[in-house]
Write a protein that binds this ligand. Sequence first.
Ligand code: WTA
Length: 657
Amino acid sequence: MTQSPGQGNALDNLLTESRTFPPSDEFAAQANAQPALYEEAKADREAFWAKQAERLHWETKWDQVLDWSDAPFAKWFVGGKLNVAYNCVDRHVESGHGEQVAIHWEGEPGDSRAITYAELQREVSKAANALTSLGIGAEDRVAIYMPMIPEAIFSMLACARVGALHNVVFGGFSAEALRTRIQDSEARVVITTDGQYRRGNPAPLKPAVDEAVAGAPSVEKVIVVKRTDTEVAWTDKDVWWHELVDSQSDQHTPEAFDSEHPLFILYTSGTTGKPKGILHTSGGYLTQASYTHFNVFDLKPDTDVYWCTADIGWVTGHSYIVYGPLSNRVTQVVYEGTPNTPNEGRHWDIVQKYGVSIYYTAPTLIRTFMKWGADIPAKYDLSTLRVLGSVGEPINPEAWIWYRENIGGGKAPIVDTWWQTETGAIMISPLPGVVSTKPGSAQRPLPGIGAKVVNDEGVEVPHGGGGYLVLDEPWPSMLRGIWGDEERYRDTYWSRFGEQGFYFAGDGAKYDNDGDIWLLGRVDDVMNVSGHRISTTEVESALVSHPTVAEAAVVGASDETTGQGIVAFVILRGGAGADAGGADAIKALRDHVAKEIGPIAKPRQIMVVPELPKTRSGKIMRRLLRDVAENRTVGDVTTLADSSVMDLISAGLQSGK
Ligand code: WTA
């Protein structure tokens, strides 16, 4: 179902946002990206990308920059060969930076570890040898289900090193979600931990793996890192990391793989219940991750301390903790835990402790910090911060200004970066030394990237107009498909504007009068809760899998902190019993969704209703339910099969049923 773009968003008033913040002369003068970058890309796009690819070490150089003859399946840097892990680790040691800290790791309980590039090389080599000893090689799949500990990064790089694909599954997902992702990718090995620290307490993680692996016959071995020292059940597939990996040689010669060799699969929610395994490959992906990280964050490898607060379970962790930053020889902070453990100043304490200069986070967290109060960051020395980033959802101007004033000292440029799991790397963002930033707008495509706002017919809208965001040129880090489902790849992204050959992003967008792009949220049935993509169908299937539920409809309703909150409308089964709609039963339903998908998918609210609004063809009209969920007057009901349904729903809700 497609709504009209921007619907349900109170963002229209944003187009009158007139404040702009030019970079200081000092910042502009020292910036990695200068205005000429736009000109250069415009003059010859392929030559521009070829130049960016030179940022990497290629064992064999490519002979063609882009092969788009089999569109929408792209090949970038055709014929080139490289090893992604070598580019992120070894070459920095070889260029004399082995003693530079790659990762300042900060555990939630307060333990910490500084890992130099030389040490990273040894750790990744050992892990690569361990994978090889298990018979894992090129094109095998390895699932990684771990908290934010160094071994998670070693594991990803070890996979890349031996040419295996990692499939990282967010540690907050349920056993069931893990199982479907392991099965779909047919992973042979799973890497996990005994437990993880969450809000000050150790929580078990391995039981979920045991449950998932019991239903996933492809798995031969489970490697377990001891993190919390929690007692765990043991099966004959299990092996301790410290027993398997620590005894390996720390020497490993990386093999160069084809530029189009698959690097990873990462599952993301689509408009159906089944998550999509987004496939990324090596040369183009690393080129764009590296180029964007260097220019958008203005990274200075010798002096900056960078911190991206994402989890490696999401694409932001892949591209802006692992591949982009490490390929650029970053020194970065990796933090394991929650932002309010042991108190609400934890992030600022970390910024102060390590002298963080670049900080990249999500609007939902910024709004949480706002709620906690400006006096908290004010207690810390944040003067080292010089670039701030935002990603995952539209950032409202109020949060943007708060971020600039209270975290950025009123001067650090904010880069609002738009991109997706599918795009692999940042696509739309201001360049901090070039563009005058505007609160709430991601502004313009990066040099080398083509993006447009078009109407239903695929025609670009004029300045001031709204429509759909499309990408009109192939880009190096674009997805190469959906794992095992070519047709879904074509259907989802390339059929909506097939005639024009545009990639349909699924986001509504507008141009303001200056031609800057404003993202307005999803136009499909994908919700964005705290920057996490969750499909309405996924939550609906989880709800109807509960014995008391006959039917369910789920909508994303706007939420002050999380962007959207999940609101579910359920019809109970005839024999569900009198108290099935009571508080305990509702709680049980919410817990059931958490068990099926993960706590992030727990509905904020569940309403029991006698009927759902449907069109004559049986489609649920979520637009009307969203009106109810957001306490608005219900809109046009004339296309409903039975127009009295909305009255029934409203009456039932008012009587508290
Ligand atoms: C949304 C996260 C507005 C958008 C990197 C997109 C944004 C989806 C922004 C992708 C932004 C991401 N402004 N919306 N700066 N960044 N989005 O795959 O709806 O988890 O389609 O990738 O997040 O989410 P994903």
